[in-house]
Design a protein around this ligand. Structure first.
Ligand SMILES: CC(C)(COP(=O)(O)OP(=O)(O)OC[C@H]1O[C@@H](n2cnc3c(N)ncnc32)[C@H](O)[C@@H]1OP(=O)(O)O)[C@@H](O)C(=O)NCCC(=O)NCCS
Length: 172
């Protein structure tokens, strides 16, 4: 049975955390691993809102940390499904640091995580299609096909010769 398509904004989640001493490295910055853990939870919540089913993390794309987040600063993780495929969903995240005392915000990084919806027997199950509305959502939706092919090749799940979207990108 086909499921009703949902908009990207219906999956929108913001997670807010305060960076405490136990979250930091010896430079007093938030540890990358702790941030990736929080991002995993925020992204999983967005994916679950989209498909109304339990999900597992299938893959995490490369993450570049542009700016460190300091001890005592606030972390905001914005997560939204950027495209749904058959049983998998790509979630796009933007991560911001905030100095709540000096009152400024700065971008830390962006990332894509992929989740797969599972049925009660632990098998992958279909998810609703995603309808992008804003220009940014449409751009993310279009480019998601290329990112999917790249991650499936890197994960050994697709032959490079089958990656038509990626080939088109390099044959301009
Ligand atoms: C993710 C998982 C369910 C996929 O299992 P699978 O046997 O490859 O399942 P399927 O072949 O039916 O593929 C299901 C979906 O997973 C996607 N997928 C599989 N490997 C992937 C990868 N490395 N990156 C992105 N998506 C992937 C497939 O593209 C497919 O998506 P689609 O249905 O939208 O086309 C399975 O590998 C798993 O359970 N992994 C462990 C998840 C986990 O425990 N995560 C927490 C970290 S330990």
């Amino acid at each position: 049975m086909s499921q009703k398509a949902k908009t990207a904004k219906e999956s929108y989640v913001v997670m807010t955390e305060l960076v405490l001493p136990n979250d930091t490295n010896t430079f007093g910055n938030l540890m990358g691993g702790r941030l990736m853990y929080w991002m995993d939870i925020a992204a999983a919540l967005a994916a679950m809102k989209h498909c109304a089913a339990p999900v597992v993390t299938a893959s995490v794309d490369n993450i570049s940390f542009e700016n460190p987040i300091k001890l005592g600063n606030v972390v905001h993780i914005e997560a939204k499904v950027s495209r749904a495929f058959n049983s998998s969903m790509e979630v796009h995240m933007k991560v911001w640091g905030e100095d709540a005392i000096q009152q400024y915000r700065y971008k830390s990084n962006e990332a894509y995580y992929t989740f797969v919806a599972l049925d009660p027997n632990g098998r992958s199950r279909p998810v609703p299609q995603l309808v992008p509305e804003t220009e940014e959502e449409k751009d993310l939706f279009e480019s998601a096909l290329r990112r999917r092919q790249l991650r499936l090749i890197l994960g050994g799940k697709m032959k490079p010769s089958d990656a038509t979207e990626l080939k088109a990108l390099f044959q301009l």
